[in-house]
Design a protein around this ligand. Structure first.
Ligand code: ATP
Length: 469
């Protein structure tokens, strides 16, 4: 993008509340006239990013620019942006006209100009005959239209929208999505839209910014994000996916679910652990035949309106979701096939948990704010900083928080075909990743235990022979 095309620039922006980083080195460049959606699960920092652009909060680090001018410290009313919130925040004592005219009256514009602008804005949102109505007498959708009119009447260069449709019912939300898209086209200004609804993001946007835990995971067009997710988080968050642990054997050859498959990916090296993502609509399902790459038994089959969604269990113990126009009933034996192009191979973000810690004595190590017993370590002095490595499958979660050495909350749950991969946000404010066959729910409070023999100590400078392998 040419510098002159960029309307909003976010450069190395971080935001801390206390010592918690809610945004961590965020970089984003928004083109003039673009419809950009910031998408991510609750708590990932998307509203905070929008509030920094609006000026309701100030970045702890980094720079924000609008049309090339730095505005990191500029107050909200001096920025050429307006915000539409989830809760309409209309003035209940004013009618529709006066709600929309409010900002213009503060600017002391002549009455005739105000009237013309308000009428134009009402026309834009399809509310021409409503100017005298009390806002209380309007439906949720109509109130949101008034809130949008109140924002666009100021002719901002950028309209910021924070989950504006979240309070509406499904039918109204769909209608409003189409209207917003039309409005974006006819106004010709930049929209930055925040949502946790992936379908909304795919429908509305020119560009989607996927966020998780204060970081941008991927920026791309809806088609790029859907077809080429950069990691298993994005693949899981956007649409339905089969996500499995795999091993890249060599270029164009990957093994997963107990079999070797041809793929199109190269450059991962040999025998490298990877994540494999296959969309359910990319798996062919048919009567058992020689063409099958995998065989299995259908365990459930649900009609989804256009296609059937079927779960297939393979003899190797892996489960696949398959979508097809033909129905195979529960209990039926089937064959499955995936084309090389539809096997998406992704670099794993990590292969085990790694923490900074320090030795207490030869059989105790401190990390995540607790002291853990470990296998005897020779040659590392007490107080020496060490790296602690723990396999995902070696972390044990307990129902009773008191039974754990440490406590935390289950945050993200990724089903990987034959087990769950969980992110647990510990009360020490660091994540621990867990592979388990047990079923946990998002938000469950857990105790966390690690057996001494599963705690691997590596001296921070990687000195040979001093760890407890
Ligand atoms: P949601 O969709 O639930 O609104 P979000 O992705 O928009 O989530 P934010 O509202 O940006 O997330 O919040 C990100 C994190 O920052 C959350 O953990 C939240 O509790 C925290 N946070 C937000 N504002 C403050 C504040 N003023 N003080 C302390 N923590 C805050």
């Amino acid at each position: 993008m040419q510098k002159s095309d960029c309307i909003i620039g976010v450069e190395h922006v971080s935001k801390f509340f206390g010592d918690k980083a809610v945004l961590n080195d965020v970089n984003l460049s928004v083109r003039k006239g673009e419809f950009v959606t910031i998408l991510g699960p609750s708590g990932c920092g998307k509203t905070t990013l929008l509030r920094l652009i609006a000026g309701f909060q100030t970045a702890s680090e980094g720079v924000i620019t609008i049309a090339g001018k730095e505005i990191t410290q500029t107050p909200p009313h001096k920025r050429p942006v307006n915000t539409v919130f989830q809760k309409y925040a209309l003035f209940p004592h004013l009618n529709v006209f006066n709600n929309i005219a409010f900002g213009l009256k503060l600017k002391k514009l002549p009455a005739a100009v105000i009237e013309k602008k308000v009428k134009q804005a009402l026309k834009m949102v399809g509310m021409t005959d409503y100017e005298d109505r009390d806002v209380d007498s309007l439906s949720g959708g109509q109130q949101q239209r008034v809130a949008i009119a109140r924002a666009i009447v100021n002719e901002p260069e950028v309209l910021l929208l924070d989950e504006p449709l979240a309070a509406l019912d499904l039918k109204m939300r769909k209608d409003m999505q189409m209207e917003l898209k039309e409005m974006h086209k006819s106004l010709g200004i930049t929209f930055i839209y925040v949502t946790h609804d992936q379908e909304e993001a795919l429908t509305l946007s020119d560009t989607i910014v996927v966020m998780s835990e204060g970081k941008i995971q991927q920026i791309g067009t809806p088609i790029d994000i859907y077809n080429e997710p950069i990691n298993s988080f994005v693949a899981d968050f956007i649409g339905e996916s089969n996500i499995l642990n795999g091993l890249m054997i060599k270029d164009k050859s990957v093994s997963f679910a107990g079999h070797e498959f041809e793929c199109v990916d190269e450059g991962f090296g040999e025998h490298t652990p990877v994540d494999v993502v296959i969309r359910p609509e990319d798996i062919y399902i048919f009567e058992p035949s020689e063409a099958a790459m995998l065989t299995g038994t259908v365990t459930s089959s649900i009609f989804k309106g256009v296609h059937y969604e079927m779960m297939v269990q393979t003899p190797e113990g892996f489960e696949f979701m398959v979508q097809d126009y033909h129905c195979f009933d529960a209990g039926q034996e089937v064959g499955l096939l995936v084309k090389p192009f539809d096997i998406h191979v992704m670099k794993k973000e990590r292969v085990c948990n790694t923490f900074e810690g320090k030795m207490i004595d030869t059989t105790h190590v401190e990390f995540l704010g607790c002291t853990f017993e470990c296998k005897e370590v020779s040659g590392i002095e007490p107080e020496t900083p060490v790296r602690v490595e723990i396999g995902f499958g070696d972390v044990i979660l307990e129902d009773n928080e008191e039974d754990g050495r440490l406590t935390g909350e289950v945050k993200f749950i990724l089903y990987k075909g034959n087990h769950y991969h969980l992110t647990v946000f510990t009360d020490w404010d660091e994540d621990i990743f867990v592979d388990t066959n047990d079923v946990w729910d998002d938000g469950d409070r857990v105790g966390i235990t690690i057996a001494p023999e599963n705690i691997r100590i590596v001296q921070s400078n990687n000195k040979e022979g001093s760890d407890n392998k």
